[in-house]
Design a protein around this ligand. Structure first.
Ligand code: GDD
Length: 337
């Protein structure tokens, strides 16, 4: 019995494999794209675990997808491989679409032909709700994407439903609101804040000068949860009685980028005052800790997202465990070590 998890070099792929190794007895095949410049091996991820195998897989190559599915014959296929950085998706719309939409078609079609009993999960996103009509968003909220990234995920959602309804496949895409951890990439705003503030804190303590943190839209509001809490919800979504439903996973709370920064400064115990235009100044030295740089603005941003997780709570018995302050503290303390 086996599970394929794609994108193990990303936060969610890694935590999914870890969860499955701890909670199931399946053989886990974790995949990532082949990169000649960076040699990786299974030991980097789960040293000496005989149930974990690392494979190279590029989901944009349908031959590669078909061959891996033929070889592994998985019971579950969990796809976290994606171009997942919203801001970058305007620069690379083709890569975004090819990976996030065409890649999903490649997987669906190979599963249909070679392994039609396999349960398939694709990573969906709150970004699909985009220009929201009401808050909190529930599963009935219309899809109103604002970025090439969000459009690609909406298209994937539609094609998954088509395969589910046409071929009777167990194929679903949950809506995951923002979820963070110590494995979050440093281009995403939460980890950018915690890692930069941690290094500023070290500089303050050693009396050295530092470069300020630079951020874009401080007013953007997000529903930030803990990635490890969400992985449990994904596995529950994959183990429903058939026919399966799709669910929102979210913390059900909403904070702005400004709130996140200020919470992080509190946790770091840095004394600050906020001046006009969101310039944050260190009270002792007068140095600028953080300021706005319009280079980080998006062509079209999603202003606020907050998920209604009632359906997942009731039907999947899923609850997020980590609150906002605990999440910020966990990430900052890891980066400060
Ligand atoms: N990345 C980044 N960098 N974002 C910034 C910055 C900055 O310097 N300053 C402000 N922001 C704002 C963005 O404009 C956005 O409104 C918000 O912070 C969150 O940005 P990200 O952390 O990049 O995440 P995201 O919400 O766009 O997307 C993430 O969550 C989605 C789930 O809703 C990604 O993980 C997506 O792949 C995921 O689907």
């Amino acid at each position: 019995m086996s599970v394929i998890v794609t994108g193990i070099n990303g936060q969610d792929g890694y935590y999914m494999c870890k969860y499955l190794l701890e909670h199931t007895s399946f053989m886990i095949y974790g995949t990532l794209r082949y990169r000649a410049t960076k040699l990786t091996n299974a030991k980097e991820y789960f040293p000496d675990n005989p149930r974990f195998t690392m494979l190279h897989l590029d989901i944009t190559d349908n031959v590669n997808v078909l061959n891996i599915i033929k070889k592994v014959k998985p019971q579950y296929f969990i796809n976290f491989a994606a171009q997942s950085f919203v801001g970058k998706s305007w620069d690379i719309p083709h890569v975004t679409w090819t990976t996030n939409t065409m890649g999903v078609i490649n997987i669906l079609d190979s599963l249909k032909t070679e392994c039609s009993h396999c349960r398939f999960y694709n990573a969906g996103t709150s970004e699909e709700f985009g220009d929201v009509l009401y808050s909190p968003q529930n599963e009935d909220h219309p899809l109103r994407p604002r970025s090439p990234y969000a459009a690609s995920k909406c298209a994937a959602r539609h094609i998954i439903r088509v395969y589910r309804e046409s071929y009777g496949m167990y194929a679903i895409q949950g809506w995951l609101f923002n979820h963070e951890s110590i494995r979050r990439g440093k281009d995403f705003v939460t980890r950018k804040i915690t890692s930069t503030i941690a290094s500023i804190k070290k500089n303050i303590e050693s009396g050295e000068r530092f470069e300020p943190l630079e951020l874009g839209n401080m007013n953007a509001k997000r529903d930030w949860g803990d990635a490890e809490d969400f992985i449990d919800g994904v596995w529950k979504m994959l183990n429903q009685d058939t026919p399966p439903s799709e669910y929102i996973l979210s913390s059900g709370t909403m904070y702005s980028v400004r709130d996140f920064l200020e919470e992080c400064l509190r946790v770091a115990d840095i004394q600050w005052s906020r001046c006009d235009n969101d310039v944050y100044v260190h009270t002792t030295t007068g140095e600028v800790i953080s300021r706005v740089n319009s280079d980080y603005y998006r062509l079209a941003d999603v202003n606020c997202l907050m998920g209604n997780n009632k359906k997942a709570r009731l039907e999947l018995d899923w609850t997020p465990k980590t609150d906002f302050s605990t999440l910020v503290r966990k990430m900052f303390e890891h980066d400060y070590l």
